[in-house]
Write a protein that binds this ligand. Structure first.
Ligand code: TRP
Length: 475
């Protein structure tokens, strides 16, 4: 008999699940956050350390989360309870499912705001492209005739306008809500099967473009030549945190998606496919962005504004910059939406499984709630720019609203979720159940168990402590 979830929903095939999970993993984390961090931390050594984190910590955790969902067949809290019951341990472990659902809800609130900036740039570059076409020169550079100050000033103008930020946030959250309300098969899966191929085509296309018109040699050297002196404890902390974020770990996202798997999969190879795809996209995104940035002599360490302020200026002097610049922001938008739907699906599934809500109501409740918190985040850039929500806490004393939600989820909730997942799977879950469900045996099982029971808890505890008490790192 085909096992189904409480709600009766499920993926239509193994590849549909893999595509949706890759869609969840590949997002702003890959195309915006990874290049930003790699640039700020000097490239090579950071990148290699990041890849090691993905293989040694990320991959075992991906498999653990998918296992819990597959074995539990319902929302994160219910799935953990089921695995706990089948393993004869306390159902209180399910608290990390609840922490995860809250974290996913909070991440969604600011994720939608940032995706709103991307949407705005799709509009700016789209209008510019229309103008280029209208003027009979469709292959001109982007934003012709605008000074560097004017191009970079756009972001400040956007941030100064609550209405504009709100409108973008509204449209993006509305789109996310629409897809999630349509369900696993008709919404999430359908979006992934249309959008992910488009994403890959754009990514490869723009990377080839960058290799031709940009400076690929410099970019390769920047990304892959390690200067180990740049690998400070802070950089390692950021790499570990980024690996969790990029693979969508620690907030029960993959538990939720895993619960919609119907038939027996080889979960090990499925997990590997997700981790490999996510990491390849992050590296390709680096190879897409840095040749363009370096060719124009811009600073790769520009920080979070790299893709919004630095790149549009770089596209000005590139052939067909107006067209490629537009496609570049479309690409980021596509990546963002397949991730935001996974973020909304976690609390939505919780509402369906634990609160007995219907899918529509649950999605509306949590999507609407995240929308409201997102409004507070975007007001933090203008009317509430003095507000410091966790100002009493030295770590967040100077942090605005959006960065506080981002920092708190990323530094506290995500590592905590990952830590509890690894302890639960490494030490509490029934070994037979794990082997049966994952299909992992022999040496592979032993290796995975070692990583999840020993390396993950230790490494994640280190991220948690050094993230919360930067003074430990001397920073
Ligand atoms: N992984 C996504 C990205 O890189 C973001 C994301 C989606 C996420 N779902 C998540 C992060 C769940 C943490 C947890 O952009």
């Amino acid at each position: 008999m085909v096992a189904t979830t409480k709600t009766g929903e499920g993926w239509s095939s193994r590849s549909a699940f893999i595509l949706a999970a890759i869609g969840a993993a590949v997002g702003l984390g890959n195309v915006w956050r990874f290049p930003t961090l790699a640039g700020e931390n000097g490239g090579g050594a950071f990148v290699l350390f990041y890849v090691a984190c993905v293989v040694l910590l990320g991959l075992p955790l991906v498999l653990s989360e998918i296992f819990i969902g597959r074995a539990g067949q319902t929302d994160a809290v219910g799935s953990i309870k089921k695995v706990a019951a089948d393993s004869g341990v306390s159902s209180r472990w399910s608290v990390f499912g609840a922490i995860g659902a809250i974290a996913a809800f909070l991440i969604l609130s600011f994720y939608s705001v940032v995706a709103g900036w991307v949407l705005y740039y799709v509009g700016v570059m789209g209008a510019d492209l229309m103008q280029a076409i209208g003027s009979g020169d469709p292959f001109r550079g982007a934003l012709a005739g605008e000074s560097q100050e004017a191009i970079q000033g756009r972001m400040g103008d956007l941030f100064a306008s609550p209405m504009l930020l709100l409108a973008m946030h509204f449209v993006f959250m509305g789109g996310t809500l629409y897809i999630v309300a349509r369900g696993v098969h008709g919404g999430i899966e359908k979006a992934a099967t249309w959008l992910m191929p488009a994403f890959f085509a754009l990514l490869v296309g723009i990377t080839i473009y960058g290799a031709i018109v940009g400076d690929m040699g410099d970019a390769l050297a920047f990304l892959f030549t390690p200067d180990w002196s740049r690998l400070t404890p802070q950089a390692m902390n950021e790499a570990l945190g980024q690996a969790l974020f990029s693979l969508s770990l620690g907030v029960a996202g993959l538990i939720t998606y895993g619960s919609y798997i119907r038939e027996g999969h080889k979960l090990g190879s499925t997990s590997a496919a997700i981790a490999v795809a996510d990491t390849s996209v992050a590296l390709l995104a680096g190879l897409m962005i840095f040749p363009i940035v370096l060719a124009v002599g811009l600073d790769p360490a520009a920080g979070p504004t790299l893709v919004f302020q630095t790149l549009p200026f770089a596209f000005q002097s590139m052939p067909a910059g107006a067209l490629i610049g537009f496609l570049f922001f479309v690409l980021i938008l596509v990546a963002a939406i397949t991730s935001s739907i996974s973020l909304l699906e976690v609390p939505t599934a919780y509402g369906i499984g634990e609160l007995g809500l219907r899918r529509h109501s649950s999605a509306l409740l949590f999507g609407g709630g995240a929308f409201l918190i997102g409004i507070a985040c975007l007001l933090g850039y203008n009317v509430w720019s003095d507000v410091r929500p966790l100002g009493f806490w030295p770590l967040f004393a100077e942090t605005d609203i959006l960065d506080t939600v981002d920092g708190f989820t990323g530094k506290v909730m995500l590592p905590l979720g990952a830590l509890l997942t690894s302890l639960f799977i490494g030490w509490r879950a029934d070994r037979k159940l794990v082997q049966q469900t994952t299909g992992l045996t022999g040496g592979m099982f032993a290796l995975w168990r070692f990583l999840i029971a020993w390396l993950c808890p230790i490494a994640v505890t280190i991220i948690l402590v050094t993230g919360l008490f930067p003074a430990v790192l001397g920073g």
